[in-house]
Design a protein around this ligand. Sequence first.
Ligand SMILES: Cc1cc2nc3c(=O)[nH]c(=O)nc-3n(C[C@H](O)[C@H](O)[C@H](O)COP(=O)(O)OP(=O)(O)OC[C@H]3O[C@@H](n4cnc5c(N)ncnc54)[C@H](O)[C@@H]3O)c2cc1C
Length: 468
Amino acid sequence: MREVELVIIGGGPAGVCAAIEAAKCGVQILLLDENPKLGGQIYRRLPDSLSITDQRQLGKDYSQGTQLLAELEQYSDKFELLRDVLVWGIFPDKELALLHDGKTEVLKAQRLILAEGAYDRPVPFSGWTLPGVLTAGAALRMVKAEKVLPGERILLAGTGPLQLALGAHLVEAGAKVVAILEASSLSDFWKQLPHFWGQWGVLKDGMDYLLKLCKARVPLLRGYAIVEAKGEEQVEQATYAKVDRNWQAIPSTEKRAEVDTIITGYGLVPSTRLSRLCGCRQKWNPYLGGWVPCHDEYMETTLPGIFAAGDCSGVEGAVVAQEEGRLAALKVCQQFGLITPEEASRRYSAIFKKLRGLKKFEAALNNIFAIRRGLLGQIIDDVIICRCEEVTAGEIRKVINEGFTSLREIKVLTGAGMGPCQGRMCEPIIADIISIETKQSIEEVGFYSPRPPIKPVSFGCAAEGDSG
Ligand SMILES: Cc1cc2nc3c(=O)[nH]c(=O)nc-3n(C[C@H](O)[C@H](O)[C@H](O)COP(=O)(O)OP(=O)(O)OC[C@H]3O[C@@H](n4cnc5c(N)ncnc54)[C@H](O)[C@@H]3O)c2cc1C
């Protein structure tokens, strides 16, 4: 079995910056990503089938991604890159199972940096499984990287600054954005305003998005949330309502809009499948998006030699992800004795200084936009929660009322979480339902323990590993 000094899983901002720092010090690196191109979510590249004559059309994120990937390219002789590779299993002693070109390779890492990112938080409501309902991340990918409009008359519902970015991109691309519903209130925003001091770049981006939306006369409705989607074959109508401080819909405040697309953006959930597979201890942090691996200030998890950086260690945006990737890589270099403790501490200090300001700002954003319970408490029994196995909220509540209150029992008795996504989408919602019904905290409810393979792979592929 081949052995590599450092394996970095994920080629987004965190993984790419980790690779740059480690390459500078001469560590032997294998950088892996499931996508055909590096860049992760925010810096996602255009597919080969698309070309563009005016690069400015691709926007600021794209050009920042181009710069970062060009920096990585300078060290291309110092690392091995595998794209289109799924890491489907991690076993004791940092043994990894990779699926590449339809074949499994098993290899051993001396050090591991997990930079697997995050994914859209699903928030179910009546009609959310109708064609025409999609999440903000998916819509951003369509409009930014694939230049495809998800629909013509669009309602955005959710919370957080990504909604403004998405709204502006959609308007620019020619869609009619009927309204943006923001669940948080203006007073939540004013309370955190002092923490925005100094973050001029991000504030300017926000103002630019707002200006584009104002010009296109898109109403931004604060304190509103989506409650229902209706339609025969696909979405035709959306019902939304005013929400209270806990984001529970206030009766008799409903309004309706004729739309063909509803995009929900209730923030991101850190991807912790790989860190859970490794057995890294996890902690619950509602402000960082949910369960995150515990780590020290250098991003090393509770398992020595395994690091978690970027959104998978808590959702705090691309710049924080980059700095965390650098920190983890520097610590690896120090552990291999490739930089002196003095040099390491000089470089850590510069990163810590940068992270302090950024983290304050991200904490303020998370305080405003962290999801509130009222939104989930109102899910009616008919609503499907596990889309893979089509299990409804009613079926889950019935089992809970019969006394089966753990995630595992509900999985076994209803099948929820047993489909192709392995609970990635429904776990946070089922945990919330259990917590609401049984008055346990989310920490008490816990999380699923993933088993390899984390995504479907064929028996043939799984059996082909060269370690027996
Ligand atoms: C769908 C989506 C769209 C977003 N769009 C924007 C945006 O337009 N603007 C913005 O400011 N922020 C956006 N964000 C947030 C932003 O992406 C993040 O803050 C930032 O990209 C985090 O960087 P990261 O390196 O931690 O993770 P990511 O950029 O998410 O990169 C993680 C990488 O890990 C790879 N990976 C994960 N698991 C495996 C595995 N098992 N095997 C192999 N590879 C794996 C993924 O393919 C991915 O490329 C988006 C987030 C999501 C989820």
